[in-house]
Structures are given as structure tokens and as C-alpha cells.
Design a protein around this ligand. Sequence first.
Ligand code: SAH
Length: 258
Amino acid sequence: MSSNTSRGWVAIAGLGPGPAEWITPEVTAALDEATDLIGYAPYVARVPARDGLQRHGTDNREELGRAGHALRLAAQGHRVVVVSSGDPGVFAMAAAVFEAVERGEPAWRELDIRVLPGISAMFAAASRIGAPLGHDFCAINLSDNLKPWELVEQRLRLAAQGDFVIALYNPLSKARPWQLGRALELLRTEFPESVPVVFATAVGDEREAIDVVPLGEARPERADMRTLVMIGSRQTRLIARAGGAPFVYTPRSVGAAS
Ligand code: SAH
């Protein structure tokens, strides 16, 4: 980060899916220089406390307020790290900070604002089973808190018709119990029932669980809030192994394997 300590800055940092070894040295350096740490409380809790670091944990629904708080502190000369899980640009705080910049004080546009990338859940999940994202793919946030459900359905249908591998983030929560079931139902009308579905839960934790099932057998109850659901494309292949789970991969070119 900037060596000019008299000027404030905001670093919007990705902490990765969980394990410390998936945090980049760049993020660690920013955390070491920070005066303030802002984010959803469970993510803030992942950063060890130290003298000189003020920790501000907030509720998950306060993204814009949290972003404004970070920008105000930086404008006063604080060195602020805003933390997200995974990558901060993927369904996370970076976009909220830029939204606050666009709507907020004109002076905020001149601030030193940087996005420090992290390992997104879809990359961590993919790494556990092989290379399902080896060809074209897309990521869809299944939450309809921030967009109408009809739009989610339209995107799912078009992604399936385009034969993209689909990474589903936020597949369900207590407040959104039916969305994943409805999404799987819709995808069964578009994809053959044999395409593989990966349920990757708590990747990197001791609670980690990865299951690969055909779309025809995929049940929404398998997922929770810390599950990344990945739907293979018509090209995605399984390599069976006597000793354990199959490798799952999508060939680099269409029609490469058959
Ligand atoms: N910015 C984050 C995503 C935030 S949305 C990223 O890039 O990964 C939160 C969703 O991410 C969860 O509902 C879940 O679908 C996924 N997720 C986050 N951490 C995960 C983990 N360790 N294992 C599996 N999925 C995870």
C-alpha cells in the first residue's frame, strides 16, 4: 500500500474462502498497515486483533452504510481495510464502495481506493474436484434480495441454453428457502439430467464437504448458506476413480472429449 502514511486510503480486500494460506501477501500487508477494519462481523472476526487496529463489525445488510463509513474515515486520514470473503469484487463490498463513491461526497472520488483481489468461492470449489471451469462459465447470485426473481430465472435459462457452466452463489438462506429448488427444477428442463452438479460446502474449513451428483438427483436440501453450487455444462466430464470421488472437468475446447 501507499508509503505516505499521512494520507488516508481504503483497501477493499478479499480474505478468500477461509484458510489463512488463501489470503494474499498483498492483503496481509494492507491489514498490517490499517488503522480501521470494516466489514460483516464474521469476516472482521477472521482478522486477528492488534493494538492500533479499530475493528468495526456490522450486520450483513448494511453494505452501503458500511461503505460510506469507510470513505468518511479515509477522508479523515484513516487507513481503512474493508473486508469481504472470497474476492471483494464478486457479490461483495467493492461494488458497494464504488456505489457509495458515485452517490457520495465529490471529494471521495479523489481518495486512494484500491481493490485487493482474493480467491473466490467458485475457484476454491473448482480446485477441489478438478477443472470444471476450464471452458466458458458464468456466476449467478441466487439471492433475490437485490433483483427480481424473474430476472434470476431468465439468466439461468439463457445460461443453460448458452451451455455455460453455472456457479451459483448464495443458493439459499432461512429467508430464501425455495429459490434453489426452483432453480434446479428450471435447469432440469434445459439441461440433460446427467450433467454433473457439484455441492461444495465450507470449502477450506474442517466442515468442508464436496458432493458430485447428476442434475436429476440434485436436491436443494443438500445446500446451505456456505455452499457453492456448480452446474456442469453439456461438455463437463467425469473421470471415475476406484479409490474415491471422480475428477470433474470441462475440456478446453468444445467437442474435445467424447
Ligand atoms: N465474495 C465472495 C462471495 C460472497 S457471497 C466470493 O468471492 O467467494 C457468499 C456466498 O459465497 C455463499 O452463500 C456461498 O455460496 C459462497 N461461499 C463463500 N465462502 C464459501 C466457502 N468457503 N465454501 C463454499 N461456498 C462459499
